[in-house]
Write a protein that binds this ligand. Sequence first.
Ligand code: GLU
Length: 503
Amino acid sequence: MTKDIRVRFAPSPTGPLHIGGVRTALFNYLFAKKHKGTFVLRIEDTDQNRYVPGAENYIKDALEWCKIPYDEGPGKEGEFGPYRQSERKDLYKQYADQLIKSGFAYYAFDTPEALETERKNHEANGKTFIYNWHNREKLNNSLSLSQNDIANKISSGEPYVIRFKSPQDEILHLTDEIRGDIKIDTNTLDDKILFKSDGMPTYHLANIVDDHLMKITHVIRGEEWLPSLALHVLLYRSLGWEAPSFSHLPLILKPVGKGKLSKRDGDKLGFPVFPLAWTDPKTNEISSGYREDGYLPEAVINMLAFLGWNPGTEQELFSLDELINEFDLKRVNKAGAKFDPEKTKWFQQQHLQQTDNHLLSQQFLSILKEKNISTTLDVDIVVNAVKERAVFVKDLWDLSHFYFLSPTEYDPKAIKKAWKEDTPNLMHELNRILDDISDFSEDNVSSIVKGWITGKEIGFGKIMMPLRIALVGSLQGPDLFQISSLIGKEETIKRIKNAIESN
Ligand code: GLU
């Protein structure tokens, strides 16, 4: 029997989730759903100094808005909970102790001041201080001290950390599903702290222990964790556990292509880098979000999927279900993915076109309400007529206001171009013809008016352009007869009269 696929998204609640984090969550989600597996959310909050209130809720809200919900996690307890590391803190120490017993880790009593002095001395000699095999026997730890000294220090409550004892002179062969084989010389690794003097595990220990206990089969995370891969694989080996498979997703780069897209870039470069807007609890500073800027979650997800992945075909527009079907870690690139705000707008525009008119008109109705517009028109029809040119729901108003309000002013350029001396007479005549029409449907009005124009041999522009000015206020908008049939005969005639009087 094959093992059940289990993946996890393991953010630290240190602030709002950057879109890079959402991309990591998305790829985990897609992989899990494609393989009928489980998507776990684990909150890695062992670093209490960096904890930001509201960040965990933000993460959950963002996943929900993106429609990539987790199967297990805080509030959705499964058999592997709790899913917040702060609620699991008592279970990590035993593994640090196990590593000490088996000789893979050691106690280190060096004070922060002593380490700082080492760092400075090294720097003065143009060197970098690394705590590892080449100097650890000379530092203040259980490798250099006698059993007695160690026991005394611990029993007298002297603060200590537990460090991993990186192996010496070994070439590690690591595998990343995206990058292939990676070789690491263990002599370049430092002896990372696994357990801190405050009684909390570090990210490395807690992450490995939890991935093991939560039976995670595939770790899919950002490239910034690649330098930790060697340590993580060594930890699995030292604890006698089977390691999951690892995939490190490429960085998301600034639109110029150089440098990682950072949390601060968004408002500087004029586009959101967060899924939802965020108010910093300390400074009250507001960062913009895709949701509040009017993006559809479907567009944001589609855009994020293409940051580092492609389906290998020309198809660019994908629904979430299609992404699940097509997603394959083998098609994720190694190279950094350039973020393109214009392309994001394109995805938005395309997904808006695919959104059901009724859903859009529900959102548009609340915009109309804010503008104090009450209407008896079928807003679904209005939306259908104009949405082709809309990128956001909010654009619908600029594209359709004339369905709801008769023009109060007329575009001077349009007047200059199309409102001639004989226009008032022609418009009066048109009004008489319209008045006689009893079936004011689009097709009927269109054929009667067009027949009249043809009969007069005056050219369509002479009638259609002024009529457009009268109904819309400018030379823009969808089909005129569609507009007139929707607003009705009385309103059409009234608008033509207004235009004659005003121009
Ligand atoms: N807590 C880490 C983060 O904030 C998780 C990294 C990982 O997925 O291993 O991204």
